[in-house]
Every structure is written in structure tokens, then in C-alpha cells.
Design a protein around this ligand. Sequence first.
Ligand code: ADP
Length: 192
Amino acid sequence: MINLVLFGPPGAGKGTQAERLVEKYNLVHLSTGDIFRRNIKAGTELGVLAKSYMNDGNLVPDEVTIQMLESEVNSHPQAKGFIFDGFPRTQKQAEALDAFLASKDMAITAMLALNVDDDELTARLLNRAKTSGRPDDADPSIIANRIVVYKKETAPVANFYEGQNKLHVVDGVGSIDDISQRLFQAVDNYGK
Ligand code: ADP
């Protein structure tokens, strides 16, 4: 079983690369951002709650996010592995994920971290706003807040996996295909 954490700042290309990894390794893709957006669209209670945080570029509270993620994992008992995209985003989420997976005799294989500089991120998000319809992409001050939140709350999560010798940093600038190849190489190395 391969369980990957795909990591990186907003706009790093996690969603795009997750699709490639899913195809190559036959994994179940769990994107917390996508799941929240589906709930917003469907008008669920979870969606209403999540929206109030997401639209300002803040994180949805840990308890809610962790519970949602665990129930998504539980709803795929036949999975050959998972790719976690946008989760864990805090130290608390990382610890909860480890404990939860351990209780199911599972573990994270590797964290793949996409490295992209701030100017490139802002440019990509503003460009994505033209087609994504995401309110959190359209406003430069909300993007700036997402990057601040990332640096403060999320970036330290890499240290958590580095401490377990599971962190693999990949250059996230270049063609989509080149970046996929870098990620595949990293995953294949863990398999050995
Ligand atoms: P991006 O990586 O481009 O910021 P996502 O779709 O992953 O986009 O996330 C969008 C928003 O959803 C985040 O800014 C946050 O408000 C919320 N979100 C997603 N994942 C989490 C998480 N693990 N914990 C808390 N909030 C989350």
C-alpha cells in the first residue's frame, strides 16, 4: 500500500499532480479543499461552516477537518492506497492522521513537497481565478493571507515528516510533465 501526502503552498500544483499520481499508482485521491467545495455547493451544514473560513483564506478548524478526512478514508475500505492533497495542514492534523492510520495498520509512505516561490504562486492563483470561480483565488489580499497562513501553520508540517525520514522536496517549477516525472521518481525510490 502506498499512502502519499502531497504538500505545498496554495497554487503549487497539488491538484494537477495528484491526478497524475492517482493514475499511475491507482490511489484514492482525497483533496480536503475539493471535499469542502462540494459541501459548499450542496449547501450542507459542513459546507456552510467551511465557507466562512475558506472565503477569507483561513483554515477550517482541525476537529471538523480531521473528522471529515477520517470518514472519507473509512468509506474506501478497498483502496490500494491514498493520496492526501491539502491534508494535513497543521501539526495537530498530522498527529491525528498518524494515529488514525496506525489504528488501521496503515502509515504514510512519503510526503512529496512541491517547492514554488511566492511570486510564481500569486501569479498562478490570479490566473486560475479567471476559470476556477473560486472567491479565494480572485482577491490578492486573500491570496496573501493564504500564503501567510501556509507559512505559519502548514509549512512546519514538513518537519514532522522530515523527522520520520519521509520528506521528499521536489522542484514545482517547470512543465507539468517534468514535475510529474520528478514525483514518480521519488515515489519509486520509496518503493525500493
Ligand atoms: P489551495 O491549496 O490552493 O489553497 P485547497 O483547495 O487545498 O486550495 O484549499 C482551499 C481552502 O480549503 C483552504 O484555504 C482552507 O480554507 C480549506 N482547507 C482545505 N484543506 C484544509 C485543511 N486540511 N485544514 C483546514 N482547512 C482546509
